[in-house]
Design a protein around this ligand. Structure first.
Ligand code: B12
Ligand code: SF4
Length: 513
């Protein structure tokens, strides 16, 4: 048992992080640019500062689909380029100057998105802003854009480009998420730099979630996102065509409809590939689903446990099994060789100063291969934000610090400084060699790949930096991913012939993002 005051005994040393991962590339204010090239569009994923623990290297596991999803609807006579500022290749290109620049905006990189938008607009490009933050705070975004896209870009993008061509660009375009998801084209992944990501196969099968937790961006005012599903065969074909052994589902919750997930597993199984996904722990209500996930290639799940306190979960309106049953459910996933990356939110109103030690204890006791922590963050326009604001507990509106690594509100049972200290401590604890060892899988065959995975993801920041800088993420990881896939295919052949579980295969790929 870890002593409850252990996190507060000494300052937590900072981990190494290179400057180019904390500071955005500069934009020359004196560069005049050049005339815009007609029918050339540049899509930008802006820079955001990395955290040495939480977000280091995560951004090169699998790319966001924010831009590639609607890029697929670009008319053929337009040329599209993609630039992700987080890949350490400098600022986005501007020779030739694009006629249209599309930028995705999240609250943590809103400031950078505005800098980019202002720079390109001052040089004649038409700038379109879209994404989560545009939906939450349109009035803040408007002065930096020629047009805002509120909601689903897939429906809006062809209209926006058409209006640019005909000189009729409006200042706001609005689309809901209520159309048939099966009509969406596959994302345009060909514009992504393939060597820069562990896998470029970010897949999405569903949008939405059966829950609406008060702290989640899905509860944002004005966002109506019913649970929408693509045809399982569409998803399997995309996975097949992308020619990568491993895919990451970036769905909010792939497990919201169990009948659908069963059908998806049936479509994925013949591919003999591996994947990970975010699901809620209630998928374990149906053990046959867990078995089917394993048989279909699921190597890891990212589970938002959020909290180990039933009171916190009830206050957030999360429908979830009792926390006292979580351990049994984690065991069920492990029995089918599925790694668990547990996501925990710290700083809820029922969290006292012992929450850090208790959470670390539970994670170690239940041998979670991986864990991700978030300081509770009231995203603007959510019920949590309104509550905190009404109670006068919001400390500031510097969105850059709303990155779930900073305390931006006054917690009920500790100070903001203690919350940040506890957060830093729990990452340090879980990344320590002793904790990694305590959490090793019970089956000895799975231990060496688990140790390799933990070391490579949690203790090799310098190595990741080199890989990112020199475009080597995919070439270096590919053999490791291939070995994991091969071991998993062998494992599920055995599993298919028996009713009971057959031990864990062991994986070097991450347990979801
Ligand atoms: C992949 C992913 C990542 C990746 C890549 C992130 C990146 N920016 O490159 C990684 C793993 C690195 C990551 C890290 C983090 N993430 Co993240 N991530 C996601 C995830 C799972 C998928 C994003 C995605 O592809 N969605 C699918 C696309 C199609 O949907 P979309 O983005 O809404 O885009 C649509 C529209 O908004 C619109 N649109 C979007 N942009 C534009 C632009 C234009 C011009 C137009 C016309 C339209 C348009 O069209 C699209 C199609 O409809 C989401 C959850 C989710 N399922 O969305 C979380 C999510 C975006 N992440 C989140 C967070 C908190 C983080 C972290 C801060 C966590 C942490 N502590 O490390 C970090 C930092 C990231 C950061 N600052 O950007 C939150 C953001 C909350 C918020 N309100 O901003 C989300 C929503 C998760 C959550 N449930 O809380 N993340
Ligand atoms: S279960 Fe997860 S994705 Fe669903 S509403 Fe809650 S936090 Fe959001």
């Amino acid at each position: 048992m870890i002593a409850p005051d252990e996190p507060f005994l000494r300052p937590i040393p900072k981990r190494w992080i290179p400057r180019e991962m904390t500071t955005a590339p500069t934009l020359d204010p004196n560069d005049p640019g050049e005339p815009a090239e007609p029918h050339y569009v540049l899509l930008i994923n802006p820079f955001y500062p990395k955290d040495a623990n939480a977000s280091f290297g995560k951004h090169v596991l699998t790319p966001t689909l924010a831009l590639t999803s609607f890029a697929a609807t670009t008319p053929a006579h337009w040329h599209v380029d993609y630039w992700d500022e987080n890949l350490l290749h400098g600022r986005p290109p501007y020779r030739p100057m694009p006629q249209v620049v599309g930028i995705t905006v999240h609250l943590t990189f809103a400031r950078r998105a505005y800098e980019l938008a202002d720079w390109y607009r001052a040089r004649g490009a038409k700038v379109i802003l879209g994404g989560l933050h545009v939906l939450s705070c349109p009035d803040e975004c408007a002065p930096h854009a020629d047009a805002l896209a509120l909601g689903d870009g897939v429906q809006l993008w062809p209209r926006i480009l058409h209006d640019v061509e005909t000189n009729r660009l409006q200042s706001r375009y609005v689309a809901s998420y209520e159309n048939d998801y099966r009509d969406d084209p596959p994302p345009r992944r060909s514009i992504l730099p393939r060597n820069s990501f562990l896998t470029t196969t970010s897949l999405i099968a569903t949008r939405g979630c059966h829950n609406r937790c008060g702290f989640c961006y899905l509860a944002t005012d004005g966002l109506r996102m019913p649970y929408r599903m693509r045809h399982p065969q569409q998803v399997a074909s995309e996975f097949q065509e992308n020619d990568q052994p491993y895919a990451v589902f970036i769905d909010n919750n792939l497990g919201s409809r169990r009948d659908y997930l069963h059908a998806l597993c049936a479509a994925l199984r013949p591919l003999n590939k591996i994947w990970s996904a975010a699901v809620t722990i209630d998928v374990t209500d149906d053990p046959s689903l867990i078995r089917n996930m394993a048989l279909a290639g699921c190597t890891g799940v990212f589970i938002g446990f959020e909290s180990l306190s039933d009171d916190n979960l009830a206050a957030s309106h999360k429908k979830t099994p009792k926390t006292s049953d979580y351990a049994r459910r984690v065991r069920m996933l492990h029995d089918y060789g599925i790694q668990v990356n547990g996501s925990f939110v710290l700083g809820f109103d029922h969290d006292c100063k012992d929450v850090f030690a208790c959470t670390a204890d539970w994670i170690e006791e239940n041998r979670l291969e991986c864990a991700t922590f978030h300081i509770l963050t009231p995203y603007p326009a959510t019920p949590l934000f309104r509550q905190m604001e009404a109670e006068g507990r919001i400390l500031h509106r510097d969105w850059m610090l709303y990155d779930t690594g900073h305390a931006v509100f006054r917690p009920r049972h500790m100070t903001p400084e203690q919350l940040e200290q506890g957060y830093a401590w729990i990452y340090q604890r879980l990344f320590s060699l002793a904790s990694i060892w305590r959490r090793r899988p019970e089956q000895w065959q799975a231990v060496p790949p688990y140790l390799a995975m933990s070391y490579l993801y949690k203790r090799s920041n310098r190595f990741w930096h080199l890989l990112i800088k020199h475009d080597l993420v995919n070439p270096v990881w590919k053999p490791l991913v291939e070995i994991t896939r091969w071991r998993h295919v062998r494992y599920r052949r055995q599993l298919a012939t028996r009713e009971i579980t057959v031990g864990a295969p062991g994986q070097i790929v991450s347990a979801g993002v």
